[in-house]
Design a protein around this ligand. Structure first.
Ligand code: 13P
Length: 250
């Protein structure tokens, strides 16, 4: 049985003050939840505050992006060791918004995953097709390409420590959740890729989260699919009550 994960990606929302308020509401609501891993990924400026607030609790903190370089003259970038020091245990890599608006490539994803791992952070690597690609019958091809070029470039040992997130671009922030069957079919493609590149053992141990308009009223159907090992949640992670409801449903 793979342990479930509920991760919140706050994107560019919440100040330091908002972060304090969120954690003081959330922590009592999820205090007894031992059945899944709980992660919140705040913006960089609120990471220390979140880590401080969550210390000693069952909630871990993640970054939303990381530089592929250890350090250097890279204005605006944040390194893996900076994230670790600020209190992160995880880092989201290759989110479709990074690929779409900031031109991140599969090669960037592979390099970022590598440095995250060397530093002791657990990458949550995101893949997913656009509506156009799905309509053109390219879903499998796109997922395979993103898998091979990104997490597929890691060693077996490195790969065994990452989390994968299937986030179809057409379902992100649109309210159009993938049906549980569509999500499970995509997860099966990714698991097959993992089996082919690494081993059957690696494929069956890999935890794949689904992301895209996950809400308290649709999570049960999604989690009923054995293929889905949790959720990466945007909008519904901003409210402590709805995020806690997702944790309980997992
Ligand atoms: P929404 O849950 O707002 O659709 O966002 C999903 C997402 O992008 C999580 O990384």
């Amino acid at each position: 049985m793979r342990r479930r994960v509920i991760a919140g990606n706050w994107k560019m929302y919440k100040t330091i003050a908002d972060t304090r308020a969120f954690f003081s509401s959330l922590l009592p609501l999820v205090a007894g939840e031992k059945n899944c891993d709980i992660i919140i990924a705040p913006p960089f400026t609120a990471i220390s505050t979140a880590a401080e607030a969550a210390r000693g609790s069952n909630v871990a903190i993640g970054g939303q992006n990381v530089s592929w370089s250890k350090e250097g003259a890279f204005t605006g970038e944040v390194s893996a060791s900076m994230l670790l020091e600020a209190g992160c245990r995880y880092v989201i890599i290759g989110h479709s918004e990074r690929r779409q608006f900031f031109h991140e490539t599969d090669d960037n994803v592979a390099k970022k995953s590598l440095i995250a791992m060397e530093t002791g952070l657990i990458p949550i690597v995101c893949v997913g097709e656009t509506q156009e690609q799905r309509d053109s019958g390219l879903t499998e091809e796109v997922l395979r390409r993103q898998f091979i070029g990104g997490p597929g470039a890691l060693t077996q040992d490195e790969f065994s420590r990452i989390l994968l997130a299937y986030e179809p671009v057409w379902a992100i922030g649109t309210g159009r959740t993938a049906t549980p069957e569509i999500a499970a079919a995509a997860h099966r493609i990714l698991r097959r890729c993992a089996g082919e590149k690494f081993s059957v053992h690696h494929a069956s141990a890999l935890r794949i989260l689904y992301g895209g308009s996950v809400k308290p009223d649709n999570i049960q159907g999604l989690m009923a699919q054995e293929e889905l090992d949790g959720a990466l949640v945007g909008g519904a992670s901003l409210d402590p009550k709805s995020f806690a409801a997702l944790v309980k449903a997992a």
